[in-house]
Design a protein around this ligand. Sequence first.
Ligand SMILES: [Zn+2]
Length: 138
Amino acid sequence: MSREVLNKVSEKRSRNMSAIKSKNTKPEIAVRKLLHSMGYRFRLHRKDLPGSPDIVLPKYKTVIFVHGCFWHRHENCKYASSPKTRKEFWENKFQANVKRDLEIQEKIKNLGWQSVVIWECEIKNKEIKDRLLLIKKD
Ligand SMILES: [Zn+2]
C-alpha cells in the first residue's frame, strides 16, 4: 500500500490496517481473557494450521479468528464502511480479504477442525459468551 493511500485513510482505519497484520490486537486479547475465564485452554497463532489462526483450542479441534469488521467486511456492520475514494482499489482489496478468509475456513474444515469467527464489534456483547460456550457442547 502506498504512502499516499495510507495518508488518505482516517486515523482509525490506519489503526485497523496495522491490526490486520499484527498479532495480539486488543480484540484478540479480550477474547483470550474471556476464554480463559471460561476455563478454556488455548494456544496462539499456530503456524501449522491454515491461516495461522489467532486462537486454537486443541481439545475441541476448534480455531477462533478474531476479525476486524472493516478489513474482513462484516456484513451489515457499521464498522465495515466503504471508503469514498479509490472505490475500485478498496473493492479489490476487500474481495481478496474475504476470499482468503473463506478459503482458510474451508481448509480448516477439510482438516476436520471447526472455525469460529468472532467479529470485533461483537466482543462487548453478552451473547459472545454463549457462542463460546457452544464450543464445549459441539
Ligand atoms: Zn462488525
